[in-house]
Design a protein around this ligand. Structure first.
Ligand code: OAD
Length: 232
């Protein structure tokens, strides 16, 4: 089976009703990124940061995967599919995909404030535990924090992700502005022979001179179009 790797970003979930970050009216317009998505912001005001992610988590219970997520799952019949996502939602999982690498963490998980990447302290929350409060503790006695990779923090899954991209026959980039590194740099790991598709309703400024087949559509229609093109 051919190896098909997807690199998805916030636009993948836009049609499910989750805001992107950098589009007009996006999340970073409403919440300053340095307050809610950096270790310094968390140190300064942990309560605000917990509340921000509690809201994001609560939103998960009211949104559904869109056709784009579902069609990606269907690709598993014909391809060996790996989804590398920058998204912290669980819509790829709920859309039926079985092999997902979360580069920037997962909303449904919490971890230790001292050692966020220590697997002993990473815990999956049940929906009734989605509201994390000051005083809720990790296994090492530290405050529970969201299992999210914040700006300025290491991205532990990047090497695993790069290794999948370096073996891809087909790479499909969906709904990411390709602004945030190291995720955006993953394209550089695709071998010259890899066929690269990009699905986005807007123009994306990709820092690469390689040939990319652009599908200028939203995620649902765009993935449907991808399926048609792959069949040709
Ligand atoms: P951005 O908000 O930067 O980019 C969203 C992309 O989705 C843009 O290129 C939009 O044109 C596109 N888009 C909008 N609607 C779409 C639709 N219906 N279908 C498909 N695409 C659509 O989001 P990311 O690139 O994912 O990190 O941002 C990367 C990282 O920066 C995030 O993971 C997050 C953020 O700060 C952390 O929180 C650590």
């Amino acid at each position: 089976m051919k190896k098909l790797v997807v690199l998805s970003g916030a636009g993948m979930s836009a049609e499910s009703g989750i805001s992107t970050f950098r589009d007009a009216g996006g999340l970073w317009d409403k919440y300053p990124v340095e307050q809610v998505a950096t270790p310094e912001g968390y140190q300064r005001n942990p309560e605000l940061v917990l509340r921000f992610y509690n809201e994001r988590r609560k939103q998960l219970t009211s949104v559904e995967p869109n056709q784009g997520h579902r069609l990606l799952a269907r690709l598993e019949k014909d391809y060996d599919v790996t989804i590398i996502t920058q998204n912290v939602d669980n819509l790829h999982e709920r859309g039926g995909s079985s092999h997902i690498i979360h580069l920037h963490g997962e909303l449904t998980k919490v971890t230790s404030s001292y050692a966020p990447n220590d697997s002993r302290y990473i815990k999956e929350l049940k929906p009734e535990e989605y509201e994390v409060k000051i005083g809720d503790l990790a296994g090492d006695g530290s405050q529970l924090r969201p299992y999210i990779v914040w700006f300025g923090e290491a991205v532990p899954m990047i090497e695993t992700a790069a290794s999948y991209v370096s073996q891809a026959d087909i790479l499909v980039i969906i709904g990411t502005s390709m602004n945030v590194y190291p995720a955006a740099g993953l394209l550089n790991y695709a071998p010259v022979g890899t066929q690269v598709y990009l699905i986005d309703p807007n123009e994306v400024n990709v820092q690469s001179s390689r040939k990319i087949e652009v599908i200028r559509k939203g995620a649902s229609e765009g993935v449907a179009e991808l399926l048609t093109r792959l069949r040709q």
